[in-house]
Design a protein around this ligand. Structure first.
Ligand code: SF4
Length: 525
C-alpha cells in the first residue's frame, strides 16, 4: 500500500467519450418500447416495505408529520425501474467534508482508478496540500501478501507525523468491498495504537449514490459523538439569563420547557448557511445545541434519548437511522430547508415539535416570493425533467413547481420514503395548491427509457449528471448539471434567488443562441 498525498493535475479524457459511447449505444441498440417496460415495472410501493428507517424497536421515536402518518406519503405515480446508480462516485464527498471538518484527515483506501477519479473530480492543485490522501492498494495488498493492519498502521503513523489530525476518516471503496478488507475490525485496535480516533465509512460506487458518501461518513461519525452528560451544551444566553428578557415565555411557551429539549442538526453546510438556518430557529426561540458534522472533531454534539435531531438534506437517511437506532435520538421528520416554502415548513415543523407557535414566518415567505417575482417570471410555464443524480430531486422539484414550472418526471437514484415523508407531503400539497398534476417519481431510473421519455415530452430543461449532459446538449436538449445544485448554496430563505438563477442560466443561454441563429439567417438572406 502506498500513500499518495497530492494528485498531479493531469487531464484524463476518458469520461466524456465513455458517456457519449454509452449514450449512442443506448439510443441505437435497445429496441423494446420504453412505455411497455415502464408499465411492467410500475408499482406502488407501500412505505412500510421499503423504508430503511422502519424498526420494531419501541424506544425509537420519529416525530410524525400529521399529514403522512396515516397514509402513503405521496399519491402520485411511484415507480422503481431497478436500473443502476448512474451517478458520480460517492468517494467525492471527501472534497467538501475535509473542508467542513477542519481538523480531520480523510484516507481513501482504493486503487488507481479511485485516485484518477478524485484527481479529475476534485481538480486538486499540487500545492494545495489537502487534508486527504489515497492509500493506493497494490498487487501485493490485493493478493494478501502484505498484512493490511501493518500497512494501514504505517500510513496512519505517517499521517499523524505529517499533519497530526484530530480524527482520521477511512473511506472504503469498491476494492475494499470486493476483497472484503475488514476496516471496521482493524480501526478500534489501530486507533488505540496510534492515539487518534478513526472513523470508518463505506462510500463505494457499488452501493451508494453520489451524495450518499456524506451520509455514510456522518452515520459512522454519529457513533463517535459523546454521551450527553459528558458534554453539557449551554443554551443561548438570552434563554438562560433572566435579566436578558422581560418575561419567561417564548411565543407562549415557558422557557424552561424549551430549554429542556436539545436540538442537533445534521448535514454538512457552509458555515454562512448553517448560521442563517440557526438564526431562523433562534428567531423562534429555539437554540441549536450542535451540528453533525461540527467544524472541529472535539465539538461533536452530545447525544442521547432526550436529543431531537433534524436533517437539512434529503440524502441523509442512514445518518438518521444511526442517530435513532444507535444513539436513541428523536428524529424530527420535516421537509428540507430548500426554497422559501421548504424553509418555512422546516422551521414550522421544528417549532411544532418544540411546542412553539411560530411567528412571522408566513410574512417572511411572502416577502421572499414577492422579491423573486421577476426571476420567477422567466421560468414560469417552462418544463423540467430530472434524470436523477444527487437525491435532492424531490425538494428541487417541489420548489420549481411552486415557481410555476411543470415537472414531468423526478428521477432519483435512491428513495427512503419514510425519511422523505415530510418532503413528499409538501410536494403533494404544493401540486394541489398550484393545481398541477403530481409528477411521477422514478427510483433507480433506467436511462434508456428516460431518454425515450425526454424525446417524447420535449422538456425545456433536463437536470442530469455530468455523463449525460454533453450527449444531450449535442442533441439539442438543454441541460443543467445536477452537481452544480449539490455544491451551490441553496438552503434557507435568502438563497432562493441563487437557485432560480442556476435553473435560468441554461434557458437564457438557449434563448440567446436562438436569437443569434435567427440574426445569422437574416444576414445570410
Ligand atoms: S470507489 Fe469504485 S466507483 Fe468509486 S472511483 Fe473507486 S472504483 Fe470507481
Amino acid at each position: 500500500m502506498i500513500i499518495v498525498y497530492n494528485f498531479i493535475n493531469k487531464k484524463i479524457e476518458t469520461i466524456p467519450h465513455c458517456a457519449d459511447y454509452y449514450f449512442n449505444s443506448m439510443i441505437n441498440n435497445k429496441k423494446e418500447s420504453f412505455l411497455l417496460k415502464s408499465q411492467k415495472s410500475s408499482s406502488s410501493i407501500p412505505v412500510s416495505k421499503t423504508s430503511d428507517l422502519e424498526t420494531t424497536n419501541k424506544n425509537i421515536l420519529i416525530e410524525p408529520t400529521p399529514e403522512v402518518s396515516t397514509k402513503a406519503p405521496y399519491s402520485g405515480q411511484f415507480e422503481c425501474e431497478t436500473g443502476n446508480y448512474h451517478t458520480f462516485c460517492p468517494i467525492s464527498c471527501v472534497s467538501w467534508l475535509y473542508q467542513k471538518i477542519e481538523d480531520s484527515f480523510f484516507l481513501v483506501i482504493g486503487t488507481k482508478t479511485c485516485g484518477y477519479f478524485l484527481q479529475n473530480a476534485l481538480g486538486v492543485m499540487i500545492f494545495a496540500e489537502p487534508r486527504y490522501a489515497m492509500a493506493e492498494l497494490e498487487e501485493s495488498d490485493i493478493s494478501a501478501q502484505l498484512n493490511d493492519y501493518k500497512e494501514l498502521k504505517r500510513l496512519c503513523l505517517q499521517i499523524k507525523q505529517d499533519r497530526n489530525p484530530s480524527v482520521i476518516v477511512w473511506i472504503g471503496t469498491c476494492t475494499t468491498e470486493i476483497i472484503k478488507m475488514d476496516l471496521e475490525g482493524m480501526a478500534p485496535k489501530l486507533e488505540a495504537d496510534i492515539g487518534i480516533p478513526i472513523v470508518v465509512a463505506r462510500a463505494n460506487g457499488l452501493d451508494y449514490a453520489f451524495t450518499q458518501g456524506e451520509d455514510t461518513v456522518l452515520a459512522a461519525m454519529a457513533q463517535k459523538c459523546p454521551e450527553r452528560l459528558k458534554n453539557i451544551n449551554v443554551s443561548s444566553p438570552e434563554l438562560l439569563d433572566p435579566q436578558n428578557s422581560s418575561n419567561n415565555s417564548i411565543n407562549g411557551v415557558q422557557k424552561n420547557e424549551v430549554q429542556k429539549k436539545e436540538l442537533v442538526l445534521f448535514g454538512s453546510l457552509p458555515s454562512t448557511i448553517a448560521n442563517q438556518l440557526q438564526f431562523e430557529l433562534k428567531r423562534q426561540g429555539i437554540n441549536v445545541s450542535g451540528w453533525l458534522p461540527s467544524a472541529r472533531y472535539s465539538d461533536l454534539p452530545a447525544l442521547d434519548e432526550n436529543v431531537y435531531v433534524c436533517g437539512i438534506n434529503p440524502f441523509l437517511s442512514r445518518t438518521a437511522t444511526s442517530l435513532m437506532r444507535r444513539r436513541k435520538c428523536k428524529l424530527i421528520s420535516a421537509p428540507f430547508p430548500i426554497g422559501p416554502d421548504g424553509t418555512r415548513a422546516w422551521v414550522e415543523k421544528i417549532c411544532n415539535v418544540f411546542g412553539i407557535v411560530p411567528t412571522g414566518l408566513e410574512e417572511r415567505e411572502k416577502t421572499i416570493w414577492t422579491n423573486l417575482a421577476d426571476s420567477i417570471n422567466f421560468i414560469k410555464g417552462k418544463s423540467v425533467f430530472f434524470m436523477g443524480d444527487n437525491l435532492l430531486e424531490i425538494s428541487l422539484a417541489r420548489f420549481l413547481i411552486r415557481c410555476g414550472m411543470t415537472v414531468y418526471e423526478i428521477g432519483i437514484p435512491y428513495m427512503d420514503k419514510r425519511f422523505q415523508a415530510g418532503e413528499l407531503a409538501l410536494l403533494e400539497k404544493t401540486c394541489i395548491e398550484m393545481k398541477v398534476p403530481f409528477p411521477r417519481i422514478v427510483e433507480k431510473p433506467d436511462n434508456y427509457y428516460q431518454i425515450q421519455r425526454i424525446k417524447e415530452l420535449k422538456p425545456d430543461l433536463v437536470i442530469t449528471g455530468m455523463a449525460h449532459a454533453n450527449p444531450l446538449e449535442a442533441r439539442g436538449i438543454v441541460t443543467k448539471w445536477s452537481v452544480e445544485l449539490t455544491f451551490a448554496q441553496i438552503h434557507g430563505f435568502t438563497n432562493a434567488k441563487d437557485l432560480i438563477d442556476l435553473i435560468s442560466k441554461p434557458l437564457y443561454r438557449k434563448q440567446h443562441l436562438e436569437k443569434h441563429d435567427s440574426l445569422n439567417k437574416t444576414f445570410a438572406l
